[in-house]
Design a protein around this ligand. Structure first.
Ligand SMILES: *Cc1c(COP(=O)(O)O)cnc(C)c1O
Length: 381
């Protein structure tokens, strides 16, 4: 290792988007594979919207100028969308409540910098959950404390979580990260979990990641108006079909939002990505018509898999499902799971193997039919 590099970085490896994909294969370019391992929408932006963007690129957007560093137009369109989708009619969010990031990943990193850096805090997560919180924390030298979930329904072990927070450690827990609904397990926050989050003191920031909001149609956004220690993260990478453009946003108290604005890179979001997100919001009613179809495909997939005695299928509030093998011996289970995963991949379907189960993104009807066919054929073979 080069002698000038921070010594704690030696134990990290670079993030692999498709950790268990066929070795050496560039997954992004193998269109022949059913890519059901990263929870994107299976539907590309409609041609008509791509043409609008192409027209803007050719005639309206300046490539020689820096992007709008304040994201003014986009923020105001997002605030309007959030108001529309909050449970309270006209919640009154404005641009002052919104910060936009290069994917929500950037916002997660900014939140960590704003709260825990320089030994001021640790974060709390409940595993299994989105891995990026822990990964980004550790690359900043921020301790990530993990508690478990109930293996039957994946509710957070609240006793362990309360103990971890009460534990006088140095540095203290400053941020709790939850996903609503959680990835990879697809369950939304329960009343008990929400009550616990509401009970946390002002010194602890609660980050509620609603990456799958458009699928779950459940949000805590309206509570942000009277909880200055809560922040909601959302993204254009899933239901809005813009994963390639890297746009995420945070909704929160103006003072916290202003802090995020202070520490981000000045031109964090390319002009073209800002334009794409604005167009996606403008045409949201068209884009979001795919949601009922994805949800009905999810029910079909779950119904067939639930009827297979080999699978344990968990309820889902998102555009993916989580399944495990029904077996008593864990060692055997891991082994069979590896085999199932590898054979699925060999037959052309990529899924994510995680937490002793498989997380399967809902794809197009054709992809989902192939998923079922391949899963069942591996089982019977
Ligand atoms: C997919 C996903 C995101 C989106 O991240 P981006 O950086 O906006 O693409 C955020 N949080 C969770 C839990 C996710 O699953």
């Amino acid at each position: 290792m080069l002698p000038f590099i921070r010594s704690d970085l030696a134990r990290f490896t670079a993030y692999k988007p498709h950790p268990n994909s066929p070795s050496g294969k560039a997954v992004e370019s193998s269109i022949a594979l059913d890519r059901l391992d990263t929870n994107e929408s299976p539907f590309d932006l409609p041609q008509e919207l791509k043409e609008k963007l192409a027209w803007m690129y050719q005639h309206a957007l300046e490539s020689n100028r820096y992007p709008d560093g304040e994201h003014a137009q986009l923020k105001s369109a997002i605030a309007q969308y959030v108001n529309e989708s909050a449970v309270l009619a006209d919640a009154g969010f404005t641009s002052a409540n919104i910060s936009v990031g290069n994917g929500s990943d950037e916002l997660i990193r900014s939140l960590l910098i704003a709260t825990c850096l320089q030994g001021e805090g640790a974060i709390l997560v409940a595993n299994p959950t989105f891995s990026m919180y822990g990964i980004l924390a550790q690359t900043l030298g921020i301790p990530a404390i993990a508690v478990a979930r109930n293996p039957d329904n994946f509710e957070i072990d609240l006793t362990a979580a309360k103990l971890a927070i009460a534990n006088e450690q140095n540095p203290p827990i400053r941020v709790v990260f939850v996903v609503h609904p959680n990835s990879p397990t697809a369950n939304a926050l329960t009343t008990a979990e929400l009550e616990w989050l509401r009970s946390l003191p002002q010194e602890i920031l609660v980050v509620i990641d609603e990456a799958y909001f458009e699928f779950s149609q459940t949000t805590v956004a309206s509570e942000l108006l009277h909880r200055s220690n809560w922040i909601v993260l959302r993204t254009f990478s899933k239901a809005f079909r813009l994963a390639a453009h890297r746009v995420g946003y945070a909704i929160g108290h103006p003072e916290l939002i202003m802090t995020l604005e202070k520490i981000r890179l000045p031109y964090n979001l390319p002009t073209y990505s800002q334009a794409a997100a604005a167009i996606a919001l403008q045409y949201r009613h068209t884009l979001l018509t795919a949601i009922p179809q994805i949800l009905s495909e999810r029910s079909k997939l779950m119904q067939v898999l639930t009827a297979c005695p080999q699978f344990k299928v968990y309820p889902s509030m998102a555009n993916f499902i989580f399944i495990q093998l029904q077996q008593d011996a864990i060692a055997l289970e891991t082994d069979s799971l590896n085999k199932l995963h590898q054979q699925l991949q060999a037959s052309g379907t990529l899924v994510r193997q995680i937490s002793n189960g498989l997380r399967i993104t809902i794809g197009t009807p054709e992809e989902n039919a192939r998923t079922l066919e391949r899963l069942l054929s591996v089982l019977s073979g």
